[in-house]
Ligand binder design. Sequence first.
Ligand SMILES: [Zn+2]
Ligand SMILES: [Zn+2]
Length: 327
Amino acid sequence: MHAMILKKLKTPLEWIELPERVPGPHEIRVKVLACGVCRTDLHVVDGELPNPKIPIIPGHEIVGRIDALGTQVKGLSVGERVGIPWLGHTDGNCPYCLMQRENLCDNPLFTGFTRDGGYATAAVADARFAFPLGEAGSDISIAPLLCAGLIGWRSLVMAGDAKKIGFYGFGAAAHILAQVAHWQGRSVYAFTRPGDERTQAFAKSLGAAWAGGSDAAPPEPLDAAIIFAPVGALVKPALEAVRKGGRVVCAGIHMSDIPSFPYRILWEERELLSVANLTRKDGLDFLRLAPQIDIKVKTTQYPLREANQALSDLAEGRFEGAAVLTP
Ligand SMILES: [Zn+2]
Ligand SMILES: [Zn+2]
């Protein structure tokens, strides 16, 4: 197999040939068909997340076809198309797993971070954390659903039943979730980098009721806001944009520091919370819903060997929607 591997933090990924891997008893091996590029991959490469496995093959939005099964795998078969997400393994018996919050497991493994991921021609995954995908939809358009979609979905659920909902940062996750929220009958207010009229027009084309710069106030108070951008300085404007009792959800795994702000901005029972990882239930719920919505996923395709270019284009905001690698 071949892979793009991170040998040292803050250095470019390197193309490498590795021996074929043999799945363990509870694992599957897939031939990778497509792998999405997530902002979290940038945080991994830049060393912004604690305790990575190094060297690591990044990538946790894997669409693959099973070509080998462990002896104990049940319910999956060779030839089946599956999705492999960020949550790669849990212990199943820590207090968080036992309270149905496996996203907070004390002993997890994360695909493309603490176990090898999908920037490769093949990947091995814990079968219990893979989602059967069926055959509807293209590999490339499904890949971004596996993190941008799933964790975005979890964030939307955490935002509650808000009718007017703001999205700060309109990249891979927001462009998918805007369509979901619109389908649910909510009004989406899209906040982009100030002056980024191209992305504002993109948001409106996906059903956003309003789009503007993150330095602008929305035309009316919002019920909730989700911050997708890794920018702590957005917490204050987002709290100012929501009404009394409104909620602000930080959807990312990493954010720059949050500057201090006067207590009155949080007061009146506004809530600020974060979303971490996903549960398998989030994945099943979202993947069941997605085909009904006919989500248009905007993708920019890169050959696997150009993963470094995809990452730098993501960092610089050079494309709309999501980048996807194909072997
Ligand atoms: Zn656990
Ligand atoms: Zn991700």
